[in-house]
Design a protein around this ligand. Structure first.
Ligand code: SF4
Length: 320
């Protein structure tokens, strides 16, 4: 099985366990987009795992495949020990309530014709348990919205930050165990981003949730995550505790991301040198080799497997 190894998987209180996840899309003429190619990761109770990488690295496809939206092309996704990939549609819908997704564009995620109170009540209503007004008000207040002000408003009457708060409220109405946040602040003004990040972090702590936080912004991911998984072209490059990212990152791609942050010191050989290859035809061996300043012949022939370099720190590179 193609993959980048499983040495980073842990035992213990795992809420979510993903192994050899594959996501492929047909691209016509018998070709496939290799969006995610055999990656593995886990999520502990109460943990925030950041998934970091540039556009097209497969991080959003990973989040959606975990939600089974749509189910992955291959691999295993276990939530609290239950394998999701083999469930009947009815059983899957029941389990999926325990995982909720917060998306990048909150205004687009909300039906423009519905009022805030109806939007927030929608999830439980679908499941046959229309929530009472007190419950909706309590959840709106918990995300920093005044029910008296927003109750009858529609999405176009709200700011981007307020729309994202409504989306978070909708997710919380179903009492999830896991929140999957896919670029939840990247469409918001910088002044609002910190408020939403603080809200997500505070909500996670208050309700004891676990969280997957997907973003391309290194500073944002680093601040909110306990561990960070760096992805490149559908593969995992490095898994590192967030506190060790800046000082101890080892993979050439992670170092390139760090060096591309404005004002970051740029080391020798860490400059950007090309566009990423197409996921229709990813490079052999190490997928980063066409941009890597350290690449050798071995990198074209042999895929590097993840191996541990320090406690909790795993890297997939022949040269590290
Ligand atoms: S395996 Fe080779 S190409 Fe890949 S990151 Fe390491 S040195 Fe670069």
């Amino acid at each position: 099985m193609a993959g980048t190894g499983t040495t980073h998987l842990r035992s213990g209180d795992r809420v979510l366990s993903v192994e050899d996840l594959v996501v492929e899309f047909p691209a016509g003429r018998g070709r496939k987009v290799h969006a995610v190619s055999g990656i593995s990761f886990d999520l502990m109770d109460g943990e925030t795992l950041g998934i970091l990488g540039e556009s097209g690295c497969g991080k959003s496809s990973t989040g959606r495949a975990v939600m089974q939206l749509p189910p992955p092309s291959g691999g295993s996704v276990r939530l609290d020990g239950t394998e999701l990939t083999g469930l009947t549609p009815a059983a899957l819908r029941e389990r999926r309530k325990r995982m909720q997704m917060i998306l990048q564009n909150p205004a687009a995620a909300l039906n423009p014709r519905r009022k805030v109170a109806d939007l927030v009540a929608e999830g439980p209503s679908v499941w046959g348990g229309k929530p009472d007004r007190a419950r909706i008000e309590a959840v709106l207040e918990s995300v920093g919205l005044d029910p008296a002000v927003v109750w009858d408003r529609r999405p176009h009457e709200l700011s981007g930050g307020q729309c994202q708060r409504v989306c978070i409220a909708r997710a919380l109405m179903l009492d999830p165990q896991v929140l999957i946040c896919d670029e939840p602040v990247s469409s918001l003004d910088v002044s609002v981003q910190a408020q939403i990040l603080n809200l997500l972090e505070g909500t996670k702590e208050r309700l004891g949730l676990s969280m997957i936080f997907i973003a391309h912004d290194l500073a944002v991911v680093k601040n909110i995550s306990d561990r960070i998984m760096v992805m490149y072209l559908g593969k995992v490059c490095e898994v590192v505790p967030s506190g060790a990212l800046a000082g101890s990152a080892l993979h050439p791609y992670t170092r390139l991301l760090l060096a591309s942050v404005p004002d970051a010191p740029q080391g020798e050989g860490e400059q950007e040198n090309s566009e990423p290859p197409s996921p229709l035809d990813p490079p052999s061996g190490c997928r980063f080799r066409t941009r890597c300043p350290l690449a050798t012949d071995r990198c074209a022939e042999e895929e590097p497997m993840l191996r541990q370099t320090a406690d909790g720190h795993h890297v997939a590179c022949h040269m590290v």
